[in-house]
Write a protein that binds this ligand. Structure first.
Ligand code: GDP
Length: 290
């Protein structure tokens, strides 16, 4: 197993957004938490349950275009079975975004019935979006709001900077998403976040990271490595050997015939992150707690 020095990542500025989230919670009926479908566990903020104080929550497995379709279905099944409202989508192309409104209405159906009983027929539903950096919060807001991004006038008691975006179907969303920190104290989660590009590469040992990713891919998606890099090595081959093989197959040699492993590592990570290796999920429900 390849080794990696521990990933240190302490986003200090997030204390401010934590306060912002808590303050905004009183203004909304539900929280939309965006997760990365490739890492539904590691992209989930560990403090989310406490922070949202039991507000109804809709989980969105975003970037599902890059995740293994079958595993995403397994995740949805698992999450729904454990009582979580969850839908999968691709906020880049917009695929699946139509599921948002019905899923939100289903989540809040008792609340909506209570409003109706009180005669509040046209009461808008207020939501806020939260998620870790880069998970697709802005893409989601833009896709949902369409080109319009029509702003609702400031309400009494709501600070001037707080703006609501009308999403149609009686839903209004705070236009500033809550940025939450990921599980940076869990090394395995940090590695998976790093694979997807959620952690800035400046703080990472790129070659060690690429070796770990190769070991995972070689075990879980060997056909992806064969198809892209013509890697055909026995099961259990070490990450260093896999990385050298990748570099060799791509002709990344330095004088003396050695492989430029740094270039090979950068290539692998770039190609994985841009989906060139195909649809790959790094966390499967059988092995993970949801
Ligand atoms: P934020 O930091 O959470 O607001 O994330 P952004 O909305 O800025 O998205 C981060 C990156 O992920 C951008 O390059 C987006 O184009 C990309 N992205 C967002 N959603 C998706 C998606 O569903 N699929 C793919 N392939 N890329 C996405």
């Amino acid at each position: 197993m390849a080794e990696i020095r521990s990933i240190q990542w302490f986003p200090g500025h997030m204390t401010k957004t934590r306060r912002m989230i808590t303050a905004n919670l009183s203004l909304v009926d539900a929280v939309v938490e965006i997760l990365d479908a490739r890492i539904p566990v590691s992209s989930r903020n560990p403090e989310m349950d406490r922070l949202t104080g039991g507000k109804p929550r809709l989980l969105i497995l975003n970037k599902s275009d890059m995740a293994d379709e079958r595993t995403t279905q397994q995740w949805l099944h698992r999450l729904r079975r454990s009582g979580c409202a969850a839908v999968a989508m691709d906020c880049k192309s917009g695929k699946g975004v139509k599921q948002f409104h019905p899923a939100l209405r289903e989540l809040l159906k008792e609340q909506i019935a209570q409003w109706r009983a009180k005669g509040l027929v046209n009461r808008p539903i207020h939501v806020m979006v939260v998620g870790i950096p880069n998970v697709g919060k802005s893409s989601f807001i833009n896709k949902m709001a369409g080109g319009k991004r029509a702003k609702v006038e400031d309400r009494p008691g709501v600070t001037r900077t707080k703006q609501w975006v009308k999403l149609g179907d009686g839903v209004e969303m705070l236009d500033t998403p809550g940025v939450l920190w990921p599980k940076f104290d869990d090394q395995q989660a940090a590695q998976r976040l790093a694979f997807t590009g959620a952690i800035n590469d400046d703080v990472l040992d790129i070659e060690a990271l690429a070796m770990l990713l190769l070991e995972y891919l070689h075990e879980a998606y060997p056909q992806a490595l064969t198809a892209r890099y013509k890697i055909n090595l026995p099961e259990g081959t070490e990450g260093r050997i896999l990385l050298e093989e990748l570099g060799r197959k791509r002709g990344m040699l330095v004088s003396g015939g050695e492989v430029n492993t740094e270039r090979a590592a950068i290539t692998l990570l770039d190609e994985f992150r841009s989906g060139k290796l195909g649809r790959i999920t790094l966390e499967v429900p059988e092995n993970e707690g949801a």
